[in-house]
Design a protein around this ligand. Sequence first.
Ligand code: AHR
Length: 477
Amino acid sequence: MKVEINDDSKANVLISKYLQGQFAEHLGHGIYDGIWVGKDSPIKNVNGLRSDVVDALKQLHIPVLRWPGGSYADEYHWQNGIGPVEKRPKTINHSWGAVVEDNSFGTDEFFELCRQLGCEAYVNLNLGSGTVKETVDWIEYMTADGDSYFANLRRQNGHSEPYKVKFIGLGNEAWMGGGYMRAEYYADVYKRYQTYVSEYNGPLYKIASGPSEDNFAWTKTLCEQAEPFMDGLALHHYALTNQWNDKGDAVDFDEEDWVSLINSARQMDSLISRHLELIPKTTDLVVDEWGNWFNPLKGTNPAFLIQQNTMRDAVVAATTLNIFNKYADRIKMANIAQMVNVLQSMVMTVGEKIILTPTYYVFKMFQAHQDATLLDAFHESNNDLNYTISKKDQHYIISVCNVSPDKPHDLTVTLPSQFEKATSAKCLNSQQMNAHNDVDHPDVVTDKDFSTYTVDGKSIRMDLAPMEIVALELPIK
Ligand code: AHR
């Protein structure tokens, strides 16, 4: 395959760094044990957050983290999670296995996590079982700086400065677990809540609960009735091998399953383009849940959504990030589900040990695209290759993914200016579709130096093995 970019002088679309966002829900070990172990834990931690996980995640330069759900957001009552830990009530997590939630990780702990990761906060508010007052009070607790009750309560809890909240979500999957609402009804509820959200510490970017998958009617109705009141509309799309009631195995699969999952993931492209046709240009699309969803790992609590992560997950992650980049003019943020121990995670914890997943390495390799200028991004479902070409800090940045499990492919890119040999050239590959890392074999799939490329003036030719992902940074002469 050959690509030629002759002129980049008019390129002006930025690939928002927020496209590489993450999501952490109170679900299984997504928070507890996964990231929060508490200050008294024998596991090394800083202010209760486990250091091994935070250190690994810091390498990804995570731009934004969504919390506390997901489904859990619509049953979360924030006042249960503030103040002295021993006084916090124990509640039940009805969304995920009816387990006891001790609320030891709450608002202040979330912002400590954001501080340690160096990321922005995306707080999903409770429109399902909460009240307008609760929402208003939470915003005041987090962001107000005056002499008011909830700002003073935050100070009393040891946090004198207001937090910076960049993004707020108003409800989650309102068409299902968020209240089984009709789009018309949700539009009214959304408008009512957002009316009372005050901005104390910078603007709040408001995200409405958008459609599931191909529910175009939801997008149409919501935009007709509430679009002027929103900044972003959320889309959720999970890739499945089969269907919802049998999602297939994360590790034990054949080539047919490979193709089926990749095709399901690739539907992201048409879902985005078709929803965008219905959304006025004044509102962004936000894909705040995406990733692979398999049957839960055998022997684990099925409500905890624990699944292994293989080379196939890496190919889906790379392909999806390349699809997002293709629509960078209209998509502001995306959040993979989920950051630790849940669904298509970056990190899995096993007691005191951690595993970095193949998906982790894709995010590591793609981070150079964050806030880069888009030159070209390609994805077509009948082509084995997908890619992004961008420009930042006098470098061309190229990411390519070969989705074929058995065919090698080459890509030659000709760029407007001459460039030097790559300052960074990485690849992720395996000869096995289900290669993965575990506690005993943590380095089966890791990023390696990529060498099968040649540079000739303004052109570069890359030779990709089957199911290989490549990322290069080329300094412009
Ligand atoms: O990510 C897991 C769940 O999937 C989320 O809580 C919910 O929004 C979606 O159905």
